[in-house]
Design a protein around this ligand. Sequence first.
Ligand code: HMG
Ligand code: MG
Length: 298
Amino acid sequence: QMPQRVTIWEVGPRDGLQNEKTQVPVEVKERFVRRLVSAGLPVVEATSFVHPRWVPQLADAEELMTRLGDDGRGLPVLVPNERGLDRALELGLRHVAIFGSATETFAQRNLNRSVEEQFAMFEPVVRRARDAGLDVRAYVSMCFGDPWEGAVPVEQVVSVGRRLLDLGASQLSLGDTIGVGTANQVGALVDAFVAAGTGLGELALHFHDTYGQALANTLAGLQAGVTTYDASAGGLGGCPFAKSATGNLATEDLVWLLAGLGIEHGVDLDALVETSVWMAEQLGRPSPSAVVRALASS
Ligand code: HMG
Ligand code: MG
């Protein structure tokens, strides 16, 4: 039984732009976020309050959120630790996301922590954010494979994911950080979370399209009953700390699939494609999205 309605969680300004070699001017980022909101995307993840030396591309987080003002207050931002949360609270932001790793190697490379140590870092973040009335999402990375460790056991992913949810996050986004997962794995992982007491409404799926599997994996997620999907406009994205991570599932490709299946999504595809074509011009290279290329040239 496929869902009738899906929530698209747009990550282009964060997951997309964190991986760009060129520094995108803050006024272009502001325009990008505003255009995505105008195109009907219900959630636009705007930036990260991480260490600026680790992700220089997002070092302008304060400036971006200040420029967005009231319009940015409810947009989610990544915060790895209390320092990140303080920065978000200072700006009056209402929605944060922590990001954990299912594997040791990526926990070290992305957070400078072990898998066990990451929970100690996240615990006060979630507690203080919840006490202040903020929404908290949790990501778990390397759910379908890790470039250093290879296959990642389902029980390992469920154990890390459950602990992140049990800290008090309201949603868990399961990340295929390097895009190696295939459709049968998606169904098996979702089923394992449900068997461990997780509601389908608490889960989101976050696919990178490195191996071209993101749409097939999305269909498997829909068949398993998941109703929230992360995607980035034009297929921007990657992760600077994960070998061979390319762009996210393109939002346009996702919208095309959902529209064909008769699943409501609320997005104006033409406005979205125009936005991605404009962003590709800013970045100086064409969008990797097949749907953007097809519609932009038609
Ligand atoms: P660390 O070096 O262990 O930090 O980094 P620390 O706690 O030891 O602090 C060292 C210094 O950094 C201190 O300054 C802190 O104040 C400062 P000092 O006292 O030495 O002057 N500091 C900060 N400054 C600003 N903002 C902060 C902050 N925290 C500490 N938040 C840390 C640990 C977590 C900070 C670092 O590893 C980091 O920033 N990592 C971010 C990595 C990242 O952003 N990765 C990409 C996002 S995850 C992703 O893309 C995957 C996802 O898309 C899902 C998927 O695809 O799977 C979500
Ligand atoms: Mg990602």
